[in-house]
Design a binder for this molecule. Structure first.
Ligand code: ZN
Length: 242
């Protein structure tokens, strides 16, 4: 079983129009949409103690999903530091939509994570850039979302990101809408669709991408620890001066 935790800010859903689209919250819609026999899914939200991300939950999480927008600053630096350390030790991290500006995404990547945006309900066309990547298994070469928020280049991410999806928006902009990274032992995937006023997390392709990304981001469990050990030589070294 893959132990998945879906973290959601869960603020927009308290009021309309988002309340009607996601009555139980974006996290519950995603949980329902990706439900499968190999996934054990828990949810955590901002207003729980420790934002729901206790040591016990983080230690027992293989892959963490992150959706946030209006309350990035309300996330405690202490929790961000714990999540970051856990990713470096192998936990997968999937950052969704406006999570591009979350403390945890910025902490993992070390750059602004800034982008251009426009919210006018335009069409988005996603293109698979890497058809051999496990994240796009079962996904058509291209698919559309009738209405999405435009996120446009330049996107302030480091250039070691591997592009899985590119998007075109009706207004003419383009965006690296699916990008993978590795930090320490942890795999990271950023996926752009998911503006809260659109029913994006009911889209069959979007849900399939998220499910695929979870299975891709599972820790490799090689037993390696990034703990900076002093080590003995593996080849004999003659004493100095001989
Ligand atoms: Zn948005």
């Amino acid at each position: 079983m893959i132990r998945v935790t879906i973290w959601n800010e869960f603020r927009h859903e308290q009021t309309e129009p988002v309340k009607s689209i996601y009555p139980q919250g974006i996290h519950e819609a995603i949980a329902k949409g990706i439900a499968a026999e190999d996934l054990e899914i828990r949810c955590a939200t901002l207003d729980e103690p420790e934002h729901g991300l206790t040591d016990e939950l983080l230690e027992s999480t293989d892959v963490l999903l992150w959706w946030g927008h209006i309350a990035h600053k309300a996330v405690s630096d202490e929790v961000v530091a714990k999540v970051r350390a856990r990713v470096l030790r192998g936990m997968g991290l999937i950052v969704l939509h406006s999570g591009h500006y979350s403390k945890i995404f910025q902490a993992m990547l070390g750059t602004s994570c800034s982008l251009r945006w426009r919210q006018v309900a335009e069409k988005e066309r996603l293109w698979v850039v890497d058809p051999s990547h496990p994240i796009v298994k079962g996904i058509p070469q291209t698919f559309t979302l009738e209405h999405e928020e435009m996120y446009g280049e330049p996107f302030g991410i480091p250039d070691d990101g591997k592009i899985v999806f590119m998007s075109w928006f009706q207004g003419g902009d383009v965006f690296r809408s699916g990008v993978t990274f590795q930090r320490g032992s942890g795999k990271i995937f950023y996926f752009q669709p998911g503006h809260e006023t659109f029913p994006t997390y009911y889209d069959v392709n979007v849900l399939k991408v998220i499910g695929n990304a979870i299975r891709w981001a599972v820790p490799a469990d090689t037993g390696f620890a990034w703990d900076c050990p002093r080590c003995e030589p593996v080849e004999p070294i003659p004493p100095a001066g001989e």
